[in-house]
Design a protein around this ligand. Sequence first.
Ligand SMILES: [Zn+2]
Ligand SMILES: [Zn+2]
Length: 361
Amino acid sequence: MSATRAAAFIKKCFRLRKRLLFVVCAMLFACTAPPSDSDALKTEHVVILVIDGTRWSETWGAAPGIIPNMATSLKGKGSFLPNFFNDAYTYTNSGHAAITTGVNQPIDNYGDELPANPSIFQYFLKQTGKPATAAWIVSSKDKLHILADTKRPDWQGTFQPSVNAGVSGPGSGYRMDSLTLAVAKNILSTHKPNLMLINFMEPDGFAHAGNWENYLRGISRGDRYAKELWDFLNEHEAFKKKTTLFVTTDHGRHLDGINGGWTEHGDNCAGCQQIYLLALGPDFKKGEVTARYTLIDIAPTVARLLNFEMNSLVVVPRIDTTVVELAMDSTLVPQQKDSIRLEIKMDTTLMKAKVMEELFR
Ligand SMILES: [Zn+2]
Ligand SMILES: [Zn+2]
């Protein structure tokens, strides 16, 4: 072999080695790269609509019945989960906290207690660095302002979303759902938030008042407003084809004949626990998903959609709470407060909520 031929041969070997090295590197990268499912998702905005206290038997159990918009037009556009439950605390603040924190916990139902864990709003705002106007709670019930914060010390008062709740904030009373829908649309147009929870109260409010006709009217309005909201999102360039809408309820109502039937809720009867989830968006399959999920699974699914992490360690109140006897204080009497206080102990545990994998294309 001449010197020049030898040099050419060595050069060729180097070129081959470079190519080989490149191929090996590419293979290695392919093996170690994180799963790219979040990258491929189209969702940039998530809206969760909660039609408060709507029982299965008046909604999906009698479909289309008084929910023709959801049961025909919307159902065909996304996934519907009939095996969806609140299998824990079937009252409003607890159900909503389950949705926003991914954790079931007993909680004061009058708006005097914050959830034990940070919410999807807080995780989202912290990890994206976006302003408070990127995440909203828009609620007919004023007491749901509690969803904007947590009592977990390392998170309390931080990364809070914007709130528009009740007539004019905490303590101002409930407002009609048509007004809440108008406010929600206005906020969507103005701030183009990435994350919003909307609460409609009419079915629940009228049922507690024992008004069957208006309970049904509330459901049928909620059905109409859900369609109006979906159409609104698909008519606006900022949301079209990149927005996911969940429609659900926080709890059902007692089965007829149990504890006062449809007017109340709050126990573990089948009427209170059986709820539903309609999930529409560019990343979801169309059709019925029969897998069993519960309210807490919405939070990690939203985290997957908007590509943020939720800590797997969560705080749950323990059942063995301590009763603390307070010294009888005459100032407590006019406030109608008694002298016993429950001191709820907290435990740290692993988050049970899981991503609803079957929804994804
Ligand atoms: Zn409720
Ligand atoms: Zn019940």
